[in-house]
Design a protein around this ligand. Structure first.
Ligand code: NAD
Length: 329
């Protein structure tokens, strides 16, 4: 099977590409894998280095808004896994236009091109943030979309487009909505790599507001496993939540990162809360468990310790990114 992975030089897309090429997904027999990525500040070819010599991998630098390029790349492709997006909530609060362009127009372009090419399956990778914020209980897939940030609003719009393509055109597209990911190769502006690398550099870490916001953390390998299951057996026009049940306040998460790093609370500075900061996310992922046999495999404490080791051992990956692409924070 020939696969197109959009955003495959980013955190989760590169994980999916690396694992698909190393045979992690028996349901997906990969004969060719094309990564289409614009290489924005968030993307780097270094994240594909472990599979760079695989003859099945082709990298194309380009934009998901480029219909002609997509039409060319989708010839003979059986599966599209659409990761490409602007993803950092804080940046979407500064300015939302790149988010609308890539996340909404880019998704529309991918869907249209997949329809023209007669692609057998599209997986649109979305987020739990489209549901908004929940005080208690967990969201099922039928919960109304109530996004609060420009990022999550643009992702909700792209989800609705994907569902419209399934209903109107019969495009075989499924949507995944996953909780917060952690793992190796995550760009160091996101909280876990930001805190780990700041602590390694002997810097303080910025914690938003009262730190009591709750997130559900899942290892990126488990997320990508769920995506592969949906690619192989997910129903067209259906949404699948992918979660872990590991809910932590940001204070809990910070404590765990301080412990792993051998630091204490004197390394933490409380900063003004993010505008419109969602209080809690929580997914009910019974559907993917019952239909496709999904179960997260990596216990959070083990996964976090391994990720901390990875950042310790892979300074050559993150130090230049931090120096060249991030303002001091
Ligand atoms: P990321 O920011 O690490 O990577 C995004 C990639 O997309 C980058 O390589 C970037 O260069 C590329 N890209 C951006 N604009 C593009 C364009 N116009 N054309 C082509 N490529 C473009 O993001 P990530 O964390 O890997 O997230 C991937 C997907 O998973 C996103 O759709 C995101 O909404 C979703 N998701 C992320 C999380 C999470 O915790 N990180 C959780 C749930 C869902």
């Amino acid at each position: 099977m020939r696969i197109l992975v959009t955003g495959g030089a980013g955190f989760i897309g590169s994980n999916f590409a690396r694992r698909a090429l190393t045979g992690a997904y028996p349901g997906l027999d990969v004969t060719g894998l094309v990564v289409l990525d614009k290489l924005t500040y968030a993307g780097t070819l270094d994240s594909l280095a472990p599979v760079a010599d695989d003859p099945r991998l082709t990298f194309v630098r380009g934009d998901v808004c480029d219909a002609a390029l997509l039409d060319e790349l989708l010839q003979g492709v059986a599966l599209v896994v659409h990761f490409a997006a602007e993803t950092h909530v804080d940046r979407s609060i500064e300015s939302g236009s790149d988010f609308v362009m890539t996340n909404v127009v880019g998704t529309q372009t991918v869907l249209e091109s997949a329809l023209r090419a007669g692609v057998g399956k599209v997986v649109h990778v979305s987020t739990d943030e489209v549901y908004g914020s929940i005080e208690s209980g967990s969201w099922t897939e039928s919960h109304p979309l109530e996004p609060n940030s420009p990022y999550s609003a643009s992702k909700a719009a792209s989800d609705l487009l994907a569902l419209a393509f399934a209903r109107t055109h019969g495009l075989p597209v499924s949507i995944t909505r996953c909780s917060n990911n952690y793992g190796p190769y995550q760009f160091p502006e996101k909280v876990i790599p930001l805190f780990l690398t700041h602590l390694m550099e002997g810097r303080t870490v910025p914690l938003y507001g009262d730190g009591r916001h709750v997130r559900e953390w899942i290892h990126v390998d488990d997320h990508c496993l769920g995506i592969a299951l949906v690619a192989a057996g997910g129903r067209a026009g259906h949404v699948y939540n992918i979660g872990s049940t590991t809910e932590l306040t940001n204070l809990d998460l910070t404590r765990a990162l301080l412990d792993i790093s051998g630091a204490d609370w004197s390394s933490v500075r409380f900063v003004t809360d993010r505008k419109g900061h969602d209080r809690r996310y929580s997914l009910d992922f019974t559907k993917i468990t019952e239909e496709l046999g999904f179960r997260p495999r990596i216990p959070f404490a083990d996964g976090l310790a391994a990720v901390a080791r990875w950042y310790e051992e892979n300074r050559a990956w993150w130090e230049p990114l931090k120096k060249e692409r991030l303002d001091p924070v």
